[in-house]
Structure formats: structure tokens, C-alpha cells
Design a binder for this molecule. Structure first.
Ligand code: R5P
Length: 310
């Protein structure tokens, strides 16, 4: 196999390359003066099973375009099979029409990746599982839950932890983790009773004296998380930690999380952590490189990928 990495997350690409013991293929990504992207694959890929690593994280449009151009370059270089490995699939939150005359951008991005020439997609914790169906090519959606479960089990005694979904939409994800660590489940139910009134946070479940573990797919502004942490502590939770797959952490999110009452925010390296993330006292990153690497290995060998989740 060959592994080609875009510029979105070189550190993760290097970790995956080390896991697989396959060097990253030599490839140059350059910019023209007007910021057009130009790519040159600097080794033969004819007939190869190629995995292209790229998260479509900030700056989302540049990284997406880089991925599309990489796929096009590989297709025109006669690669036998091209798998787009997208640890963080940006645009995933635009998976439905929120109102009239609005796009479904997640579907558009899926079409772009397919039409560029990808044969398969390998991604992680899609915002909504149904996005898999936006692709008409085989798409594997991996779960970070096994990696998180291992980390949680090393840190919490059985019987003290309680898994919490920060909103009603995340209950399925939270329930799955609660089952894995054999912990009870609580739900934060946000409601705006009347337009113009601020949201009220109701907690479904008794969290008093519990070490609460908030679970979500994305932390962006950090608002959902910090508000949920506050509400849980007000209801008597002993501590609040969060396990979130994708640390988007835009704008002032890192400062917000640092100043919050969250004991710890644990994110994966699906998005390359910024210097601010690495310096934050209560943010820790866990690696999904072995998970992604093993999924790539199994895809190349035509072996089961789902068995990774057991
Ligand atoms: C929303 O449906 C997602 O699962 C996350 O809860 C959301 O993207 C988090 O955003 P923020 O950190 O800006 O509140």
C-alpha cells in the first residue's frame, strides 16, 4: 500500500505511518500566488492501493480542496484503489435542510469526494451515522469509543462514574459508551420555553456525588460543554470531565474551556491540536493513530473492520 498525507494533520499521518511501518509517499503541495493549490505525487503509484490522509478541519475549504486535488492526482496517476481517510469530516453538521432554500452541504462534500475519484472512505465518529449513506461508495465509520473506554477505565473506579449526554441528540452515542464502561446514563435537556427567554437546562437522572463524563462528537465553541458542566455541578455532581472525539475548538473555545469548571476535556487527535490546545491546563489529547492505522491495514488486507469495535 501507499500512504499519502495532506497538510491538515501531519503529526497524525506520521503516527499512522509509524504504526503501519509504511513511509509517507513523497508528495509536494504548493500554492500559486493566487492561493490555488498545486500537487505533485513524487513517486510511482501505478496499480497501488493508496490511502489519502486528510481531515477537513480548519481551514475547512483549503483542506477539502487539497483532499480533492490529491485524489484527482492519484486517479490520473493510475492508482488501483484510492481510499480517502478523513479522521474529521468537516461540513458534517450540515446534514439536513435547517430551513427553506438552504443547502445540504455534507451531501455536496460527499459528492465532491466521490466524483474526484475516491473508491472508498474511512472516517471517524461522523456527526450523524446516516451521512454514511450520502456516499455511493463503501464508507467505514470508525468509533473512538474503544479508545475512550480504555482511557476511562484506567482513571475511574467502577461505580463512581456516570455518562452524560450534553443534549438529547447525543443520547445514542452516550448510551453506547455507558454500556461499554458499565455506568448509568444521564441526559442534559436544553429547553427554551418561550422565544427570547434563555435556555433552561434540565438534568434527567440523579448526578449528585457522581463523577460525570460528558460525551459528544464535536466541541466547537465549547458552549454546549461548559454550560452542561455548570448545570451538572449545580445539581451536585462531584466532578465533570468530557470525552469528545473532534476538538474543533474555534475562536475563544480553548480559553472558555480553560476558565470553565471542567476537570478535564479529553479530545482525540483527529484534528491537529494547536499550540493553545497543547498549552491548556485542562485539555488532554489521546491518539486515534493505532485505531486508524489498524483500520487501514484491515482495509488493505480485505479483513473485517467492524471487529475493531468489539
Ligand atoms: C451538535 O449537534 C454537536 O454534537 C455538538 O454538540 C456541537 O457541535 C458542539 O458545539 P459547541 O461546542 O459550539 O457548543
Amino acid at each position: 500500500m501507499k500512504i499519502v498525507a495532506g497538510n491538515s494533520n501531519r503529526a497524525l499521518a506520521e503516527e499512522i505511518s509509524a504504526y503501519l511501518d509504511v513511509p509517507l509517499a513523497s508528495c509536494q503541495v504548493r500554492r500559486f500566488a493566487d492561493q490555488e493549490i498545486f500537487i505533485e505525487i513524487q513517486e510511482n503509484v501505478r496499480g497501488e492501493d493508496v490511502f489519502v490522509l486528510q481531515s477537513t478541519s480548519y481551514p475547512a475549504n483549503d483542506h477539502l480542496m487539497e483532499l480533492l486535488i490529491l485524489i484527482d492526482a492519484l486517479r490520473r496517476s493510475s492508482a488501483r484503489r484510492i481510499t480517502a481517510v478523513i479522521p474529521y469530516f468537516g461540513y458534517a453538521r450540515q446534514d439536513r435542510k435547517p430551513g427553506p432554500r438552504t443547502p445540504i452541504s455534507a451531501k455536496l462534500v460527499a459528492n465532491l469526494i466521490t466524483h474526484a475519484g475516491a473508491d472508498r472512505v474511512l472516517t471517524l465518529d461522523l456527526h450523524a451515522g446516516q451521512i454514511q449513506g450520502f456516499f455511493d461508495i463503501p464508507t467505514d465509520n470508525l468509533y473512538a469509543a474503544p479508545v475512550m473506554t480504555r482511557d476511562i477505565k484506567e482513571r475511574y473506579e467502577q461505580g463512581t462514574a456516570m455518562v452524560v449526554s450534553p443534549d438529547v441528540g447525543g443520547v445514542v452515542r452516550a448510551r453506547a459508551l455507558a454500556k461499554r464502561i458499565d455506568a448509568p446514563l444521564a441526559i442534559v435537556d436544553k429547553r427554551r420555553e418561550r422565544p427570547g427567554e434563555s435556555e433552561v437546562m434540565n438534568i434527567i437522572g440523579d448526578v449528585s456525588g457522581r463523577d460525570c463524563i460528558l460525551v459528544d462528537d464535536i466541541v466547537d465553541s465549547g458552549g454546549t460543554l461548559c454550560n452542561a458542566a455548570e448545570a451538572l455541578l449545580n445539581k451536585g455532581a462531584k466532578s465533570v470531565t468530557a470525552y469528545i472525539t473532534h476538538g474543533v475548538l474555534s475562536g475563544g473555545a480553548v480559553a472558555r474551556v480553560s476558565a470553565s469548571k471542567l476537570k478535564e476535556l479529553v479530545i482525540t487527535n483527529s484534528i491537529e491540536p494547536t499550540a493553545a490546545v497543547l498549552a491548556a491546563p485542562n485539555i488532554r489529547t489521546i491518539s486515534i493513530a493505532p485505531l486508524m492505522g489498524e483500520a487501514i491495514n484491515r482495509t488493505a488486507l480485505e479483513k473485517s473492520v467492524s471487529s475493531l469495535f468489539n
